[in-house]
Unconditional design. Structure first.
Length: 552
C-alpha cells in the first residue's frame, strides 16, 4: 500500500529508498516469485513498462529455470486463504494486547489531531460512518468469512477421499454441480461475498468523505493522505478475497483453468481456495518473451535425454519465433565415472507393492551403516519420510549416526548441523531435492527410495494430464515422466558438487530398470559406473566403494 510518488515522507520512507535504489541499478537479483508477481501486476495494468513490484526491464536471466512453470502458474491465478483473509480484516481493526489497533483507530486519532480544517459536523459524520456502520460490517464480514471457509473445509474433508496433512480437492465441473457443493455455495459462500461487497461499499463511502478533507493552508495534500491510500489498498484486498471465494464454488468453470481447495487435517484454520491456468506457455510468450530483448534460461536440468522438447512445450517457447532461440547443452565438468557410483537394487518390491515400505527400511538400515551416515535420504512424501525416521532414528543414534528430519528445524539450520556433523543422515523431501549445496566429506551418499513422480491426483497435474490426453497425447510419457526425470536429475545432482567429491547414489526403485520409461531417467544422467542387481551384491559394492582397502 505504499503511496510511492505521493508519499508524505519520501526521504524517510524505507520502501521509497529501496525503490529509488532499484530504479538506478543496472542489475537486479530477485527470486522467481518476485518477478512473476511483477509480471502479473503489469499484465493486469496492460503495461509491461509500468512500475509494479519492479521497474521496467528488457533482459532477464533465469537461474533454476526448470521451476519456471510452477512459479508462473501460482502468479497467473488467484487464491484466498482463511488466515490471510482474517489478517486483511485485522488491518482495519483488531485487538492487540487489550488495545485497539489498525486503520480505524489510527484514523480516529489522526482526524482529531491533524485535521484542523475539518469541521465538527464533518468529523461527527465520518465517526458515525466508521463506528456505527463500518465496524459492525467488519465484525459481520469476519464471521461470514470464517463460516464460509469452514464450510468449504468440511465439504472438502467429506468428499475428497484423501488423508494426511496436505489435502487437495479438485473442483471439476461435475463436482461443482453436486447438490452439497451448490448448498455450500448458496448458504455460506454467497452471503460471505455479499457481506464483503457491502463492506467495500461502506469503505468507499468513507474514502470519498476522507478525500473531501481540505489540506492545511501550508500543505499540498490532506494530512491523512497515507491513511487514504491504505484504506484504498485494503479495500482492494478485500475485493480480491471476495472474487476468489465467489469463483471457488461457482458452477461456471472458465476454460483453460483448474480450481481446487487445500486443507490441512491437523490445522482447522488452514483452508485455501485457488484457481490457476492449465497452461502458462501462452501468457509467458505474450507477456514476457515478446517484451524482452534478451532472455536466458539456465539450469543443470533443463534437458530430458539431451533434448529440450519438454521445456519448449511447457514454457511456450514453441510459440516464439524459433529463429530467436538458441539451445545449448553443456557437458558436466565432473568425472562421474571416477568420482561416483550409481547403485540400483533389483530385488526390492515395486513401490506399488505393500511390501516395499518395509523392505526399503531394511535397505536404508544397511546402506546407512555402510556409509556411516554422510547421507541424504530423499523421499517423495512426508508420510514415507516420517515412517522411515520413526523406524530408524533410535537405531542410528545407537550406532553413532545422527539422524536429522526435515521440519525439526529451519532448512539452513539442518544443513549447518549436517555439514558440521559428518556422521549424520538427513531424511528430507521436496525442497531438499534441489538448491542444496553440500560439498566434501559431509555428503557421500544420496539414497532415492522412489522415482520422484508427483502425485497424479494433484489438481493441476490431473487437469493438465486430462488436457494432454484430450488432445491425443500420452500424458504419462509427455508430462509425468519428463517432470519426474528433471526432479530425479536434481536429486542426483546433490551428490557431486566439486571435482574432489566422491560418493554413491543408491536407487531402491527397480522400475528404473524394468519399465520402458526407466531409460529416460538413466539416459539423462552423465556417464557413470553402474552396479545393478540383488541387494547382497549392491551392498557389497557399496562396502568396497566406501572401504577401498577391502578390494585388496
Amino acid at each position: 500500500t505504499c503511496n510511492t510518488s505521493r508519499c508524505p515522507n519520501p526521504q524517510k520512507c524505507f520502501v521509497g529508498k529501496a525503490r529509488r535504489s532499484i530504479a538506478k541499478a543496472d542489475l537486479l537479483v530477485v527470486n522467481h516469485h518476485m518477478l512473476f508477481s511483477d509480471m502479473a501486476i503489469k499484465r493486469e495494468m496492460g503495461d509491461f513498462t509500468a512500475l509494479a513490484v519492479l521497474p521496467a526491464y528488457r533482459r532477464v536471466i533465469f537461474d533454476e529455470a526448470h521451476s519456471i512453470e510452477d512459479s508462473a502458474t501460482e502468479y497467473l491465478g488467484i487464491s484466498a486463504t482463511l488466515i490471510g483473509s482474517l489478517a486483511t480484516l485485522g488491518r482495519f481493526q483488531r485487538m492487540e494486547y487489550q488495545r485497539e489497533r489498525g486503520l480505524f483507530p489510527t484514523l480516529r486519532a489522526r482526524l482529531m489531531k491533524d485535521c484542523p480544517m475539518l469541521r465538527v459536523d464533518e468529523y461527527d459524520q465520518i465517526l458515525k460512518l466508521t463506528d456505527e456502520q463500518l465496524v459492525p460490517a467488519l465484525r459481520e464480514l469476519r464471521a461470514q468469512l470464517k463460516d464460509a471457509f469452514q464450510a468449504i473445509r468440511e465439504l472438502t474433508a467429506i468428499n475428497c477421499g484423501q488423508i494426511g496433512r496436505d489435502i487437495k480437492w479438485r473442483l471439476t465441473a461435475e463436482v461443482l454441480r453436486a447438490p452439497a457443493v451448490r448448498a455450500v455455495h448458496n448458504e455460506f459462500v454467497l452471503p460471505a461475498v455479499q457481506s464483503a461487497r457491502d463492506f467495500i461499499r461502506l469503505g468507499e463511502r468513507l474514502l470519498r468523505e476522507l478525500q473531501k478533507i481540505p489540506p492545511a493552508p501550508d500543505a499540498d495534500e490532506p494530512p491523512i493522505a497515507t491513511e487514504i491510500f491504505q484504506l484504498s489498498g485494503y479495500l482492494g484486498r478485500v475485493e480480491r478475497i471476495a472474487n476468489a471465494l465467489a469463483e471457488c464454488t461457482s458452477e461456471e468453470l472458465l476454460p483453460n483453468t483448474v480450481r481446487w481447495v487445500e486443507i490441512d487435517s491437523h490445522a482447522e484454520n488452514t483452508v485455501r481456495v485457488a484457481r490457476c491456468p492449465l497452461e502458462v506457455g501462452k501468457p509467458l510468450s505474450e507477456w514476457l518473451y515478446e517484451n524482452l530483448k534478451t532472455l536466458v534460461m539456465t539450469s543443470a536440468t533443463l534437458a530430458v535425454e539431451g533434448q529440450f522438447r519438454y521445456l519448449f512445450s511447457r514454457l511456450g517457447l514453441d510459440l516464439t519465433d524459433m529463429g530467436r532461440i538458441e539451445a545449448v547443452s553443456l557437458d558436466t565438468p565432473f568425472d562421474f565415472e571416477k568420482q561416483a557410483l550409481l547403485a540400483i537394487t533389483t530385488d526390492v518390491p515395486n513401490p506399488t507393492d505393500d511390501a516395499f515400505r518395509e523392505d526399503s527400511i531394511e535397505c536404508l538400515r544397511a546402506a546407512l551403516e555402510i556409509s556411516r551416515g554422510h547421507a541424504f535420504v530423499l523421499f517423495t512424501s512426508f508420510s514415507s519420510l516420517e515412517h522411515a525416521y520413526r523406524r530408524l532414528a533410535n537405531e542410528l543414534r545407537a550406532k553413532g549416526i545422527t539422524p536429522l528430519q526435515q521440519g525439526e528445524a529451519a532448512r539452513t539450520q539442518l544443513l549447518e548441523r549436517f555439514r558440521t556433523n559428518p556422521s549424520s543422515v538427513l531424511f528430507a523431501t521436496d525442497s531438499f531435492w534441489e538448491g542444496v549445496d553440500v560439498a566434501g566429506e559431509a555428503l557421500q551418499c544420496v539414497i532415492l527410495p522412489k522415482l520422484p513422480f508427483r502425485v497424479p491426483t494433484e489438481p493441476i497435474l490431473e487437469a493438465r494430464a486430462e488436457a494432454i490426453e484430450a488432445g491425443g497425447g500420452n500424458a504419462f510419457m509427455e508430462y509425468s515422466v519428463p517432470q519426474a526425470v528433471i526432479k530425479f536429475r536434481q536429486g542426483f545432482g546433490r551428490l557431486i558438487r566439486r571435482r574432489t567429491d566422491r560418493g554413491v547414489v543408491l536407487i531402491l526403485d527397480r522400475r528404473v530398470l524394468t519399465r520402458r520409461y526407466g531409460r529416460a531417467f538413466l539416459n539423462s544422467l552423465p556417464a557413470i559406473r553402474v552396479v545393478r542387481g540383488p541387494k547382497r551384491g549392491v551392498f557389497l559394492a557399496l562396502t568396497e566403494f566406501f572401504n577401498p582397502s577391502t578390494e585388496e
